[in-house]
Design a protein around this ligand. Structure first.
Ligand code: G3I
Length: 321
């Protein structure tokens, strides 16, 4: 994942060119950044990322069409007006970004993060603006519209919290699986699950659980993409060697299982260097000791870390696909 403001920095650009074959915009394709006003489309930053990918012969993921975060205030207001207005706003969003990048996106994250059991709704659905206005059918509408506007792109449902052996993630695995089953029962045109994989170094990971989950998704006939991989080291001690080893070990264990599943077709990390990571930006993810998080393959000065080698070894050991 990268941003228009990073591809202008030579160290970021060099590392991305050398290391990556798929790019995704971390923020530049989001709704608030591409349509701040109903009649104002601002594609410049997203186009910069898309052009960088094209120039360097990389694939491009589209992130994201519909998400409850990073929405422009005018859309949130409009959705509340009526069911008809909500439908029109959703279709306009998908059509406008879909048309802008038609033919250039390998996979669209059509809907991002629709599950949130804490919201207390049936099936663990998130109580988002579109859900309130349209019910679960907003996903059907988003995927159908995405297919109309760019039929050649893969279409993903993308979500987090499906990785670890803890109760809330077990619930999310179940809720995502049953959502996918309902979508398929309604013939919604989805072909991919995006697993964000924002891992936490302090949470238990169990190979068998994750393997079984991937198998169940694959049995639905879906492709799987690992879309936002990183490892949060917030709960680990300050010592760099200890953190780097724990991050690398978890990376290797996770990717070994993921890549063993033939339906897993790609792995993207959420950034490339610890110089920029959302984990060091967000107040609730930042380390209490003020040190930068070390959850990405390159350190702040673009040196390879043990995590880079863990990824390389997992890729080398993966069965051919
Ligand atoms: O660009 C402005 C800058 O001008 C301003 O000075 C600064 C002050 O806070 O904010 C900057 O924007 C921030 C932007 O990141 C760029 O750093 C936004 O406030 C901040 O909300 C935004 O956070 C992003 C977040 O999504 C919300 O959109 C993170 O970078 C991004 O990593 C994160 O990515 C999400 C995925 O899209 C979905 N999955 C989870 C993942 C992590 O939260």
């Amino acid at each position: 994942a990268t941003s228009a403001r990073h591809i202008d920095i030579s160290e970021f650009a060099a590392a991305l060119q050398r290391e990556c074959s798929i790019l995704v915009g971390e923020n530049d394709f989001k709704w608030r950044n591409t349509q701040p006003q109903p009649d104002r489309k601002t594609w410049g930053h997203a186009e910069a990322v898309a052009n960088f990918a094209q120039r360097h012969k990389m694939q491009l993921r589209g992130h994201t069409m519909i998400w409850h975060e990073a929405m422009p205030p005018w859309a949130l207001e409009g959705i509340k007006e009526s069911r008809e207005r909500a439908t029109q706003i959703l279709r306009d969003r998908v059509n406008s970004i879909g048309a802008q990048f038609r033919g250039r996106i390998a996979t669209w994250d059509v809907v991002n993060e629709a599950i949130e059991r804490r919201d207390g709704l049936r099936h663990g659905m998130r109580n988002s603006a579109f859900f309130s206005a349209l019910g679960e059918g907003y996903l059907d509408l988003a995927f159908a519209t995405a297919k109309e506007i760019d039929p050649a792109a893969h279409r993903a449902y993308n979500d987090f919290g499906m990785d670890h052996e803890v109760d809330w993630q077990r619930d999310r695995r179940r809720d995502v699986l049953t959502l996918l089953e309902r979508l398929q029962a309604r013939k919604v045109p989805i072909d991919t699950l995006g697993i964000q994989a924002h891992l936490r170094a302090d949470l238990p990971f169990r190979e068998n659980t994750f393997r079984t989950f991937l198998r169940r998704v694959a049995d639905l006939g879906l492709r799987i993409e690992i879309t936002e991989f990183d490892v949060n080291d917030r709960a680990l001690p300050a010592d760099t060697a200890i953190r780097d080893k724990a991050v690398a070990d978890l990376t290797r264990r996770y990717l070994d299982v993921a890549l063993d599943e033939p339906k897993v077709v790609s792995v993207l990390t959420w950034g490339i260097s610890d110089r920029h990571s959302w984990l060091s930006d967000m107040p609730d993810r930042r380390r209490a000791d003020g040190l930068r998080q070390r959850g990405l393959p390159f350190d702040e000065v673009f040196q390879r870390k043990p995590m880079w080698h863990a990824i390389a070894k997992a890729f080398d050991a993966a069965p051919a696909r």
